[in-house]
Write a protein that binds this ligand. Sequence first.
Ligand code: ADP
Length: 502
Amino acid sequence: MARSQHIDSLNIVMAASEAVPYVKTGGLADVAGALPVELVKLGHTVTLIVPRYRSFQTDGRSLRELGSIRVRTAQGLVDATLEEDLIPVGVAGRSVRVVAVRYDPYFDRAGLYQGPDGDFSDNLARFAFFSRAIVETLAFLGSRRREPISILHLHDWQTALAAVYLKTTAHDRTSVGDVRVLLTLHNVGYQGIFPGSQFFETGLPSDLFTPAGLEFYGSVNLLKGGILFADKVSTVSPTYAKEIMSPDGGFGLEGVLAGRRDGVVGIINGIDVDCWDPETDSHLAANYSRTDLSGKAVCKKALQLELGLPNRDVPLIGVIGRLTSQKGFDLLAEIIPELMAVGVQIAILGTGDRILEDRFQSLKEQYAQQIGVSLKFDEGRAHRIEAGADMLVMPSRYEPCGLTQLYSLRYGTVPIVRKTGGLADTVIPYRPSTALAGHATGFQFEGVSADSLLATILLTLKVYADRGVWASIQQAGMGVDCSWECSANRYVEVYRKLSGER
Ligand code: ADP
Protein backbone atom coordinates (compact mmCIF):
# COMPACT_ATOMS: atom_id res chain seq x y z
CA MET A 1 0.00 0.00 0.00
CA ALA A 2 1.24 3.47 -0.81
CA ARG A 3 1.60 5.16 2.54
CA SER A 4 2.90 8.47 1.23
CA GLN A 5 0.59 11.22 2.40
CA HIS A 6 -1.21 13.82 0.37
CA ILE A 7 -0.66 17.21 1.91
CA ASP A 8 -4.17 17.45 3.33
CA SER A 9 -4.92 13.77 3.66
CA LEU A 10 -5.54 12.40 7.14
CA ASN A 11 -4.02 9.36 8.78
CA ILE A 12 -6.93 7.70 10.54
CA VAL A 13 -7.13 4.65 12.76
CA MET A 14 -10.54 3.07 13.09
CA ALA A 15 -11.20 0.47 15.79
CA ALA A 16 -14.24 -1.77 16.12
CA SER A 17 -15.12 -5.12 17.62
CA GLU A 18 -16.39 -6.42 14.28
CA ALA A 19 -16.06 -5.48 10.62
CA VAL A 20 -17.16 -6.83 7.26
CA PRO A 21 -15.77 -8.88 5.50
CA TYR A 22 -14.07 -10.57 8.47
CA VAL A 23 -16.69 -10.94 11.15
CA LYS A 24 -20.24 -9.67 11.60
CA THR A 25 -23.05 -9.94 14.10
CA GLY A 26 -24.81 -6.64 13.33
CA GLY A 27 -24.89 -3.29 11.55
CA LEU A 28 -21.70 -2.10 13.30
CA ALA A 29 -19.72 -4.53 11.13
CA ASP A 30 -21.16 -2.97 7.98
CA VAL A 31 -20.13 0.53 9.06
CA ALA A 32 -16.66 -0.54 10.21
CA GLY A 33 -16.13 -2.36 6.92
CA ALA A 34 -17.52 0.23 4.52
CA LEU A 35 -16.44 3.57 6.00
CA PRO A 36 -12.65 2.88 5.84
CA VAL A 37 -12.95 1.86 2.17
CA GLU A 38 -14.74 5.10 1.34
CA LEU A 39 -12.25 7.21 3.30
CA VAL A 40 -9.35 5.65 1.41
CA LYS A 41 -11.15 6.35 -1.87
CA LEU A 42 -11.34 9.99 -0.76
CA GLY A 43 -7.55 9.99 -0.44
CA HIS A 44 -7.04 9.34 3.28
CA THR A 45 -4.95 6.64 4.93
CA VAL A 46 -6.90 4.24 7.13
CA THR A 47 -5.88 1.44 9.45
CA LEU A 48 -8.71 -0.65 10.85
CA ILE A 49 -8.06 -2.51 14.12
CA VAL A 50 -10.20 -5.53 14.97
CA PRO A 51 -9.82 -8.52 17.30
CA ARG A 52 -8.67 -11.75 15.67
CA TYR A 53 -11.59 -14.00 16.63
CA ARG A 54 -11.72 -17.71 15.86
CA SER A 55 -14.47 -17.02 13.30
CA PHE A 56 -12.37 -14.35 11.53
CA GLN A 57 -12.92 -14.98 7.79
CA THR A 58 -9.92 -14.49 5.55
CA ASP A 59 -11.04 -16.57 2.56
CA GLY A 60 -8.13 -18.90 3.12
CA ARG A 61 -5.49 -16.14 2.88
CA SER A 62 -2.92 -16.09 5.64
CA LEU A 63 -2.36 -12.70 7.22
CA ARG A 64 1.09 -11.13 7.38
CA GLU A 65 2.69 -10.68 10.80
CA LEU A 66 3.23 -6.98 11.35
CA GLY A 67 4.80 -7.09 14.79
CA SER A 68 3.90 -7.59 18.39
CA ILE A 69 2.73 -5.37 21.21
CA ARG A 70 2.95 -5.74 24.97
CA VAL A 71 -0.35 -5.08 26.70
CA ARG A 72 -0.94 -4.53 30.39
CA THR A 73 -3.76 -6.54 31.96
CA ALA A 74 -4.92 -6.94 35.54
CA GLN A 75 -2.94 -10.20 35.58
CA GLY A 76 0.30 -8.64 34.27
CA LEU A 77 1.91 -7.87 30.92
CA VAL A 78 1.05 -10.09 27.95
CA ASP A 79 2.20 -10.16 24.34
CA ALA A 80 -0.25 -9.92 21.45
CA THR A 81 0.52 -10.32 17.77
CA LEU A 82 -0.54 -7.81 15.16
CA GLU A 83 -1.54 -9.44 11.89
CA GLU A 84 -1.97 -7.38 8.75
CA ASP A 85 -4.33 -7.69 5.83
CA LEU A 86 -5.01 -5.27 2.98
CA ILE A 87 -8.42 -4.57 1.47
CA PRO A 88 -8.05 -3.10 -2.02
CA VAL A 89 -10.49 -0.24 -2.63
CA GLY A 90 -10.55 -0.38 -6.41
CA VAL A 91 -8.49 2.79 -6.82
CA ALA A 92 -4.98 2.33 -8.18
CA GLY A 93 -2.79 0.72 -5.57
CA ARG A 94 -4.78 1.97 -2.60
CA SER A 95 -6.12 -0.18 0.19
CA VAL A 96 -7.37 -0.21 3.75
CA ARG A 97 -4.83 -1.72 6.10
CA VAL A 98 -6.46 -4.06 8.58
CA VAL A 99 -4.64 -4.93 11.78
CA ALA A 100 -6.06 -7.94 13.59
CA VAL A 101 -5.04 -8.17 17.24
CA ARG A 102 -4.29 -11.79 18.05
CA TYR A 103 -4.49 -12.87 21.65
CA ASP A 104 -5.99 -16.33 21.76
CA PRO A 105 -6.94 -16.57 25.46
CA TYR A 106 -9.54 -13.85 24.83
CA PHE A 107 -10.53 -14.23 21.20
CA ASP A 108 -9.96 -17.82 20.11
CA ARG A 109 -13.34 -19.13 21.21
CA ALA A 110 -16.74 -19.77 19.65
CA GLY A 111 -18.75 -16.54 19.61
CA LEU A 112 -17.79 -12.87 19.76
CA TYR A 113 -19.56 -11.72 22.88
CA GLN A 114 -21.58 -14.74 23.97
CA GLY A 115 -21.41 -18.48 24.34
CA PRO A 116 -24.28 -20.94 24.72
CA ASP A 117 -24.79 -19.77 28.34
CA GLY A 118 -25.05 -16.07 27.53
CA ASP A 119 -22.53 -13.21 27.64
CA PHE A 120 -18.95 -14.28 28.37
CA SER A 121 -18.19 -13.59 32.03
CA ASP A 122 -14.82 -12.04 31.13
CA ASN A 123 -16.14 -9.52 28.57
CA LEU A 124 -14.92 -6.56 30.61
CA ALA A 125 -11.40 -8.02 30.74
CA ARG A 126 -11.56 -8.91 27.03
CA PHE A 127 -12.58 -5.48 25.79
CA ALA A 128 -10.41 -3.60 28.29
CA PHE A 129 -7.61 -5.66 26.79
CA PHE A 130 -8.71 -4.83 23.24
CA SER A 131 -8.93 -1.12 24.10
CA ARG A 132 -5.42 -1.17 25.56
CA ALA A 133 -4.25 -3.05 22.49
CA ILE A 134 -5.68 -0.24 20.33
CA VAL A 135 -3.55 2.29 22.25
CA GLU A 136 -0.47 0.05 21.96
CA THR A 137 -1.09 -0.35 18.23
CA LEU A 138 -1.24 3.43 17.86
CA ALA A 139 2.05 3.66 19.72
CA PHE A 140 3.49 0.90 17.53
CA LEU A 141 2.47 2.74 14.35
CA GLY A 142 3.61 6.11 15.69
CA SER A 143 7.02 5.18 17.07
CA ARG A 144 8.20 1.98 15.43
CA ARG A 145 6.63 2.62 12.04
CA ARG A 146 6.86 6.42 12.12
CA GLU A 147 3.29 6.84 10.99
CA PRO A 148 1.87 9.51 13.25
CA ILE A 149 -1.88 9.10 13.53
CA SER A 150 -4.09 12.18 13.67
CA ILE A 151 -7.51 10.61 14.32
CA LEU A 152 -8.66 7.58 16.29
CA HIS A 153 -12.25 6.68 15.44
CA LEU A 154 -13.81 4.33 18.00
CA HIS A 155 -17.13 2.51 17.78
CA ASP A 156 -19.43 1.47 20.64
CA TRP A 157 -18.68 0.23 24.14
CA GLN A 158 -16.23 -2.48 23.11
CA THR A 159 -13.61 0.15 22.15
CA ALA A 160 -14.76 3.06 24.34
CA LEU A 161 -12.10 2.47 27.00
CA ALA A 162 -9.39 3.33 24.47
CA ALA A 163 -10.52 6.97 24.78
CA VAL A 164 -10.20 6.75 28.56
CA TYR A 165 -6.69 5.26 28.44
CA LEU A 166 -5.53 7.81 25.86
CA LYS A 167 -6.68 10.73 27.99
CA THR A 168 -5.57 9.35 31.37
CA THR A 169 -2.98 6.62 31.83
CA ALA A 170 -1.43 7.02 28.35
CA HIS A 171 -1.81 10.75 27.88
CA ASP A 172 1.86 11.61 28.35
CA ARG A 173 3.12 9.03 25.85
CA THR A 174 4.62 11.08 23.03
CA SER A 175 3.74 8.57 20.33
CA VAL A 176 0.01 8.80 20.99
CA GLY A 177 -0.48 12.03 22.90
CA ASP A 178 -1.58 14.04 19.88
CA VAL A 179 -4.28 11.71 18.63
CA ARG A 180 -7.81 13.14 18.57
CA VAL A 181 -10.60 10.72 19.39
CA LEU A 182 -14.06 10.39 17.87
CA LEU A 183 -16.46 7.89 19.44
CA THR A 184 -19.48 6.79 17.42
CA LEU A 185 -22.53 5.40 19.22
CA HIS A 186 -24.44 2.89 17.13
CA ASN A 187 -27.10 2.00 19.71
CA VAL A 188 -27.18 3.54 23.18
CA GLY A 189 -29.24 0.55 24.36
CA TYR A 190 -25.93 -1.37 24.58
CA GLN A 191 -23.45 0.25 26.96
CA GLY A 192 -21.06 -2.41 28.23
CA ILE A 193 -22.22 -2.47 31.86
CA PHE A 194 -20.37 -4.75 34.31
CA PRO A 195 -20.38 -5.34 38.07
CA GLY A 196 -18.48 -2.67 40.00
CA SER A 197 -16.36 -5.47 41.53
CA GLN A 198 -14.74 -5.93 38.09
CA PHE A 199 -13.51 -2.33 37.83
CA PHE A 200 -9.96 -3.50 38.67
CA GLU A 201 -9.87 -5.26 35.27
CA THR A 202 -9.70 -1.85 33.58
CA GLY A 203 -6.45 -1.03 35.37
CA LEU A 204 -7.68 2.55 35.74
CA PRO A 205 -7.10 4.51 38.95
CA SER A 206 -9.93 4.03 41.44
CA ASP A 207 -10.72 7.77 41.44
CA LEU A 208 -12.27 7.17 38.01
CA PHE A 209 -14.81 4.84 39.57
CA THR A 210 -17.16 7.57 40.76
CA PRO A 211 -20.48 8.91 39.42
CA ALA A 212 -18.47 11.64 37.65
CA GLY A 213 -16.40 8.90 35.97
CA LEU A 214 -17.14 5.36 34.82
CA GLU A 215 -19.44 4.40 37.70
CA PHE A 216 -23.07 3.95 36.75
CA TYR A 217 -25.33 3.20 39.70
CA GLY A 218 -22.65 1.01 41.29
CA SER A 219 -21.66 -0.71 38.04
CA VAL A 220 -18.90 0.01 35.52
CA ASN A 221 -20.19 1.56 32.30
CA LEU A 222 -17.67 1.49 29.46
CA LEU A 223 -19.69 3.58 27.02
CA LYS A 224 -20.04 6.28 29.66
CA GLY A 225 -16.24 6.35 29.97
CA GLY A 226 -15.90 6.80 26.21
CA ILE A 227 -18.47 9.61 26.15
CA LEU A 228 -16.67 11.42 28.95
CA PHE A 229 -13.19 11.15 27.46
CA ALA A 230 -13.57 11.21 23.67
CA ASP A 231 -12.82 14.56 22.00
CA LYS A 232 -16.01 14.23 19.99
CA VAL A 233 -19.04 11.97 20.08
CA SER A 234 -21.18 11.11 17.09
CA THR A 235 -24.11 8.89 16.39
CA VAL A 236 -25.75 7.54 13.28
CA SER A 237 -28.51 10.09 12.62
CA PRO A 238 -29.25 13.69 13.60
CA THR A 239 -32.62 12.85 15.17
CA TYR A 240 -31.16 9.99 17.22
CA ALA A 241 -28.46 12.45 18.39
CA LYS A 242 -31.25 14.53 19.95
CA GLU A 243 -33.27 11.57 21.23
CA ILE A 244 -30.40 10.12 23.24
CA MET A 245 -30.27 13.31 25.29
CA SER A 246 -33.76 12.63 26.63
CA PRO A 247 -34.76 10.07 29.29
CA ASP A 248 -36.72 8.13 26.66
CA GLY A 249 -33.73 7.62 24.38
CA GLY A 250 -30.64 7.85 26.56
CA PHE A 251 -30.97 4.66 28.63
CA GLY A 252 -29.62 6.54 31.64
CA LEU A 253 -26.80 8.27 29.74
CA GLU A 254 -28.92 11.26 28.67
CA GLY A 255 -27.37 13.49 31.34
CA VAL A 256 -23.81 12.57 30.39
CA LEU A 257 -24.56 13.13 26.72
CA ALA A 258 -26.34 16.40 27.28
CA GLY A 259 -23.42 17.44 29.48
CA ARG A 260 -21.05 17.49 26.51
CA ARG A 261 -20.68 21.16 25.62
CA ASP A 262 -20.02 20.40 21.97
CA GLY A 263 -23.13 18.24 21.58
CA VAL A 264 -23.33 15.01 19.62
CA VAL A 265 -23.10 15.04 15.85
CA GLY A 266 -25.43 12.78 13.83
CA ILE A 267 -24.22 11.27 10.55
CA ILE A 268 -26.47 8.87 8.65
CA ASN A 269 -24.92 5.55 7.63
CA GLY A 270 -24.52 4.77 3.97
CA ILE A 271 -25.43 1.48 2.34
CA ASP A 272 -23.45 -0.78 0.05
CA VAL A 273 -24.86 0.52 -3.21
CA ASP A 274 -23.17 -2.23 -5.24
CA CYS A 275 -24.62 -5.05 -3.19
CA TRP A 276 -28.06 -3.39 -2.96
CA ASP A 277 -28.74 -2.37 -6.53
CA PRO A 278 -31.97 -3.47 -8.26
CA GLU A 279 -30.27 -3.01 -11.63
CA THR A 280 -27.68 -5.73 -10.97
CA ASP A 281 -28.88 -7.69 -7.90
CA SER A 282 -28.33 -11.36 -8.71
CA HIS A 283 -30.79 -12.52 -6.01
CA LEU A 284 -33.72 -11.23 -8.04
CA ALA A 285 -35.94 -12.87 -10.66
CA ALA A 286 -35.62 -9.70 -12.76
CA ASN A 287 -33.64 -6.50 -12.55
CA TYR A 288 -35.10 -3.05 -12.86
CA SER A 289 -34.22 0.61 -12.62
CA ARG A 290 -35.68 3.96 -11.73
CA THR A 291 -36.57 4.59 -15.35
CA ASP A 292 -37.96 1.11 -16.04
CA LEU A 293 -39.72 -0.53 -13.11
CA SER A 294 -41.26 -3.36 -15.15
CA GLY A 295 -38.91 -5.93 -13.57
CA LYS A 296 -40.33 -5.08 -10.14
CA ALA A 297 -43.66 -6.66 -11.10
CA VAL A 298 -41.78 -9.83 -12.06
CA CYS A 299 -40.07 -9.77 -8.64
CA LYS A 300 -43.43 -9.44 -6.91
CA LYS A 301 -44.86 -12.49 -8.69
CA ALA A 302 -41.69 -14.48 -7.93
CA LEU A 303 -41.89 -13.51 -4.25
CA GLN A 304 -45.52 -14.58 -4.01
CA LEU A 305 -44.53 -17.94 -5.51
CA GLU A 306 -41.53 -18.29 -3.16
CA LEU A 307 -43.72 -17.66 -0.11
CA GLY A 308 -46.61 -19.84 -1.27
CA LEU A 309 -48.96 -16.86 -1.59
CA PRO A 310 -51.52 -16.70 -4.38
CA ASN A 311 -50.51 -14.58 -7.34
CA ARG A 312 -52.93 -11.70 -6.81
CA ASP A 313 -52.65 -8.05 -7.75
CA VAL A 314 -53.02 -6.83 -4.16
CA PRO A 315 -50.64 -4.63 -2.15
CA LEU A 316 -47.77 -6.68 -0.74
CA ILE A 317 -46.20 -5.37 2.48
CA GLY A 318 -42.65 -6.42 3.41
CA VAL A 319 -41.26 -6.79 6.94
CA ILE A 320 -37.56 -7.51 7.55
CA GLY A 321 -35.65 -7.27 10.79
CA ARG A 322 -34.92 -8.50 14.27
CA LEU A 323 -38.18 -9.44 15.95
CA THR A 324 -37.51 -7.50 19.13
CA SER A 325 -39.37 -4.89 21.09
CA GLN A 326 -37.02 -2.19 19.72
CA LYS A 327 -38.33 -2.85 16.21
CA GLY A 328 -42.01 -2.47 17.19
CA PHE A 329 -43.24 -5.45 15.20
CA ASP A 330 -45.64 -6.29 18.05
CA LEU A 331 -47.62 -3.21 16.91
CA LEU A 332 -47.91 -4.78 13.49
CA ALA A 333 -48.98 -8.14 14.93
CA GLU A 334 -51.83 -6.37 16.73
CA ILE A 335 -53.35 -4.99 13.53
CA ILE A 336 -52.93 -8.05 11.30
CA PRO A 337 -56.67 -8.94 11.42
CA GLU A 338 -57.51 -5.42 10.16
CA LEU A 339 -54.95 -5.67 7.37
CA MET A 340 -56.26 -9.07 6.40
CA ALA A 341 -59.74 -7.59 6.20
CA VAL A 342 -58.62 -5.09 3.57
CA GLY A 343 -57.04 -7.86 1.50
CA VAL A 344 -53.29 -7.13 1.58
CA GLN A 345 -50.51 -9.70 1.59
CA ILE A 346 -47.59 -9.57 4.02
CA ALA A 347 -44.09 -11.07 3.70
CA ILE A 348 -42.27 -11.34 7.04
CA LEU A 349 -38.58 -12.23 7.44
CA GLY A 350 -36.95 -12.09 10.84
CA THR A 351 -35.68 -13.81 13.93
CA GLY A 352 -35.75 -12.72 17.53
CA ASP A 353 -38.02 -12.92 20.55
CA ARG A 354 -39.68 -16.30 20.84
CA ILE A 355 -43.07 -14.82 21.73
CA LEU A 356 -43.17 -12.66 18.62
CA GLU A 357 -41.89 -15.47 16.40
CA ASP A 358 -44.68 -17.74 17.70
CA ARG A 359 -47.24 -15.00 17.21
CA PHE A 360 -46.34 -14.44 13.56
CA GLN A 361 -46.18 -18.19 12.98
CA SER A 362 -49.71 -18.68 14.27
CA LEU A 363 -50.96 -15.65 12.28
CA LYS A 364 -49.49 -17.29 9.20
CA GLU A 365 -51.41 -20.48 9.95
CA GLN A 366 -54.59 -18.47 10.43
CA TYR A 367 -54.15 -16.44 7.21
CA ALA A 368 -52.20 -18.82 4.98
CA GLN A 369 -53.42 -17.12 1.78
CA GLN A 370 -52.19 -13.71 2.86
CA ILE A 371 -49.13 -14.04 5.09
CA GLY A 372 -45.71 -15.53 4.38
CA VAL A 373 -43.40 -15.91 7.38
CA SER A 374 -39.71 -16.91 7.37
CA LEU A 375 -38.23 -17.16 10.84
CA LYS A 376 -34.60 -17.34 9.77
CA PHE A 377 -31.73 -15.19 8.59
CA ASP A 378 -31.78 -15.28 4.79
CA GLU A 379 -29.83 -12.62 2.90
CA GLY A 380 -31.21 -13.62 -0.52
CA ARG A 381 -34.79 -13.52 0.70
CA ALA A 382 -34.19 -10.10 2.26
CA HIS A 383 -33.20 -8.85 -1.20
CA ARG A 384 -36.22 -10.52 -2.81
CA ILE A 385 -38.63 -8.97 -0.28
CA GLU A 386 -37.05 -5.56 -0.80
CA ALA A 387 -37.63 -5.95 -4.53
CA GLY A 388 -40.93 -7.80 -4.60
CA ALA A 389 -42.90 -5.93 -1.95
CA ASP A 390 -44.79 -2.71 -2.72
CA MET A 391 -44.12 -1.22 0.69
CA LEU A 392 -42.04 -2.00 3.76
CA VAL A 393 -43.04 -1.44 7.39
CA MET A 394 -40.63 -0.34 10.15
CA PRO A 395 -42.58 0.62 13.29
CA SER A 396 -39.44 0.88 15.47
CA ARG A 397 -39.76 2.18 19.04
CA TYR A 398 -36.31 3.61 18.46
CA GLU A 399 -33.98 3.33 15.49
CA PRO A 400 -30.48 4.86 15.60
CA CYS A 401 -30.20 4.82 11.79
CA GLY A 402 -31.83 1.79 10.18
CA LEU A 403 -30.66 0.24 6.94
CA THR A 404 -33.71 -1.66 5.79
CA GLN A 405 -35.64 1.52 4.91
CA LEU A 406 -32.63 2.74 2.90
CA TYR A 407 -32.60 -0.46 0.87
CA SER A 408 -36.32 -0.17 0.30
CA LEU A 409 -35.99 3.41 -0.97
CA ARG A 410 -33.45 2.18 -3.47
CA TYR A 411 -35.70 -0.70 -4.55
CA GLY A 412 -38.80 1.45 -5.13
CA THR A 413 -40.48 -0.20 -2.14
CA VAL A 414 -42.16 2.60 -0.26
CA PRO A 415 -41.21 2.68 3.45
CA ILE A 416 -43.85 3.14 6.17
CA VAL A 417 -41.90 4.12 9.28
CA ARG A 418 -42.34 5.42 12.77
CA LYS A 419 -41.04 8.98 13.10
CA THR A 420 -37.97 8.21 15.17
CA GLY A 421 -34.17 8.39 14.83
CA GLY A 422 -32.79 7.62 11.40
CA LEU A 423 -36.24 6.72 10.10
CA ALA A 424 -37.37 10.29 10.68
CA ASP A 425 -34.26 11.59 8.92
CA THR A 426 -34.31 9.39 5.83
CA VAL A 427 -37.99 9.20 4.85
CA ILE A 428 -39.75 12.34 3.61
CA PRO A 429 -43.36 11.77 4.66
CA TYR A 430 -46.23 11.83 2.22
CA ARG A 431 -48.45 14.89 2.41
CA PRO A 432 -50.48 16.14 -0.51
CA SER A 433 -47.97 18.99 -0.83
CA THR A 434 -44.78 16.86 -0.62
CA ALA A 435 -46.29 14.45 -3.13
CA LEU A 436 -47.22 17.28 -5.49
CA ALA A 437 -43.69 18.66 -5.28
CA GLY A 438 -42.29 15.18 -6.01
CA HIS A 439 -40.45 15.10 -2.67
CA ALA A 440 -42.37 12.46 -0.69
CA THR A 441 -40.47 9.18 -0.35
CA GLY A 442 -42.64 7.30 2.17
CA PHE A 443 -45.08 7.43 5.07
CA GLN A 444 -44.49 8.24 8.73
CA PHE A 445 -46.53 7.85 11.88
CA GLU A 446 -45.98 9.21 15.38
CA GLY A 447 -46.55 7.67 18.79
CA VAL A 448 -46.03 4.06 19.77
CA SER A 449 -49.51 2.91 18.92
CA ALA A 450 -50.99 0.16 16.79
CA ASP A 451 -53.84 2.52 15.86
CA SER A 452 -51.53 5.14 14.38
CA LEU A 453 -49.67 2.43 12.48
CA LEU A 454 -52.97 1.12 11.12
CA ALA A 455 -54.17 4.60 10.13
CA THR A 456 -50.92 5.23 8.26
CA ILE A 457 -51.00 1.89 6.46
CA LEU A 458 -54.60 2.60 5.41
CA LEU A 459 -53.53 5.99 4.09
CA THR A 460 -50.66 4.31 2.23
CA LEU A 461 -53.06 1.85 0.62
CA LYS A 462 -55.28 4.71 -0.51
CA VAL A 463 -52.35 6.49 -2.12
CA TYR A 464 -51.14 3.19 -3.64
CA ALA A 465 -54.40 3.01 -5.58
CA ASP A 466 -53.44 6.24 -7.37
CA ARG A 467 -50.72 4.77 -9.58
CA GLY A 468 -49.46 8.15 -10.79
CA VAL A 469 -48.80 9.50 -7.29
CA TRP A 470 -47.43 6.14 -6.19
CA ALA A 471 -44.95 6.06 -9.08
CA SER A 472 -43.72 9.55 -8.18
CA ILE A 473 -43.12 8.45 -4.55
CA GLN A 474 -41.18 5.42 -5.78
CA GLN A 475 -39.14 7.55 -8.16
CA ALA A 476 -38.29 10.10 -5.49
CA GLY A 477 -37.09 7.32 -3.14
CA MET A 478 -35.03 5.66 -5.84
CA GLY A 479 -33.31 8.97 -6.53
CA VAL A 480 -32.04 9.40 -2.94
CA ASP A 481 -28.25 9.15 -2.59
CA CYS A 482 -27.67 6.60 0.20
CA SER A 483 -24.05 5.96 -0.69
CA TRP A 484 -21.20 5.78 1.78
CA GLU A 485 -19.41 8.56 -0.09
CA CYS A 486 -21.90 11.08 1.30
CA SER A 487 -21.44 9.85 4.89
CA ALA A 488 -17.67 9.55 4.58
CA ASN A 489 -17.47 13.20 3.52
CA ARG A 490 -19.36 14.17 6.67
CA TYR A 491 -16.95 12.16 8.83
CA VAL A 492 -14.00 13.86 7.14
CA GLU A 493 -15.48 17.25 8.11
CA VAL A 494 -15.63 16.09 11.73
CA TYR A 495 -12.07 14.69 11.62
CA ARG A 496 -10.74 17.93 10.12
CA LYS A 497 -12.45 20.05 12.72
CA LEU A 498 -11.00 17.80 15.43
CA SER A 499 -7.47 17.93 14.09
CA GLY A 500 -7.75 21.68 13.61
CA GLU A 501 -8.69 22.09 17.29
CA ARG A 502 -5.45 20.56 18.46
P1 ADP B 1 -30.33 -3.44 13.20
O1 ADP B 1 -28.88 -3.20 12.93
O2 ADP B 1 -30.88 -2.69 14.37
O3 ADP B 1 -30.68 -4.90 13.28
P2 ADP B 1 -30.78 -2.27 10.59
O4 ADP B 1 -32.01 -1.95 9.79
O5 ADP B 1 -29.80 -1.16 10.77
O6 ADP B 1 -31.20 -2.89 11.96
O7 ADP B 1 -29.99 -3.45 9.85
C1 ADP B 1 -30.51 -4.73 9.79
C2 ADP B 1 -29.80 -5.46 8.67
O8 ADP B 1 -29.98 -6.86 8.86
C3 ADP B 1 -30.38 -5.16 7.31
O9 ADP B 1 -29.34 -5.31 6.38
C4 ADP B 1 -31.43 -6.27 7.12
O10 ADP B 1 -31.67 -6.53 5.77
C5 ADP B 1 -30.72 -7.42 7.79
N1 ADP B 1 -31.61 -8.43 8.36
C6 ADP B 1 -32.28 -8.39 9.53
N2 ADP B 1 -32.94 -9.53 9.75
C7 ADP B 1 -32.69 -10.33 8.69
C8 ADP B 1 -33.09 -11.66 8.32
N3 ADP B 1 -33.87 -12.39 9.10
N4 ADP B 1 -32.63 -12.16 7.16
C9 ADP B 1 -31.81 -11.42 6.36
N5 ADP B 1 -31.40 -10.17 6.64
C10 ADP B 1 -31.83 -9.63 7.80
